[in-house]
Design a protein around this ligand. Structure first.
Ligand code: MG
Length: 170
C-alpha cells in the first residue's frame, strides 16, 4: 500500500494506465451522468466522480483494466501472434472476449449494471465515441468496453447508494 493514498500497487498501475491511454476519471464520470441524470433529481457531477473513484478501488476492476489495456497495447505495437493480432487490431465483432472482460466489472455491483452497460455500448456517448474511432491508429478494442463497464458499475453503485439513502463504503 502507498501510505499516503492507501492505494495498492495494482490500483496505482490501473489508474496510471487509464490516464496513459487517454481516459480521465472525469470522462467516465460524464458517462455516469449521461446514464443517471434522468433518474435522480439534482444529480451532481461530484456524485458521479465519487462513484467512479470507488469502482476503481475494486481488485476485479483493476485486473480487468491491466489485462485489457495490455492486450490493446500489444496489438497496437503488432506484438501479438496471428491470428489474435489481426482479431484484436481490427476489433473483430465476433471476438467477444473484450465484452466478457468488461462484464467481470459490471458483475461487481449486481444486475442493474447489465442494462446500463448494454445501453451505453449502443449509444457510445462522450469518450466512447473517441475510443471507437478506428482512424487514429490506436487500438482500444478492450478499453472501450472496460470504460463503458466502469461507468455502468458506477451507475449501479450510485443507484444502490441513493436507494439506501446513504453512501456505500465498498
Ligand atoms: Mg470492444
Amino acid at each position: 500500500m502507498d501510505k499516503n493514498t492507501n492505494q495498492s500497487v495494482l490500483e496505482v498501475k490501473a489508474r496510471q494506465l487509464l490516464t496513459e491511454r487517454g481516459v480521465d476519471l472525469e470522462d467516465i464520470a460524464e458517462l455516469v451522468y449521461y446514464l443517471q441524470a434522468k433518474y435522480h433529481d439534482d444529480l451532481q457531477m461530484e456524485d458521479c466522480r465519487y462513484n467512479v473513484d470507488r469502482v476503481l478501488t475494486k481488485r476485479e476492476v483493476q485486473n480487468a483494466i491491466l489485462t485489457g489495456i495490455q492486450l490493446d497495447v500489444l496489438a497496437e505495437k503488432k506484438m501479438l501472434e496471428q491470428p489474435l493480432q489481426t482479431t484484436i487490431e481490427t476489433d473483430e465483432s465476433l471476438y467477444g472476449l473484450d465484452e466478457i472482460i468488461a462484464l467481470s466489472i459490471v458483475n461487481v455491483y449486481g444486475s442493474i449494471g447489465f442494462t446500463n452497460y448494454g445501453y451505453i455500448d449502443k449509444q457510445k456517448p462522450g469518450i466512447l465515441e473517441r475510443l471507437n474511432d478506428k482512424s487514429t491508429g490506436e487500438v482500444h478494442t478492450f478499453l472501450d468496453d472496460i470504460v463503458g463497464a466502469i461507468a455502468a458499475a458506477a451507475s449501479s453503485r450510485l443507484a444502490h447508494a441513493s436507494a439506501d439513502d446513504k453512501l456505500l463504503d465498498d
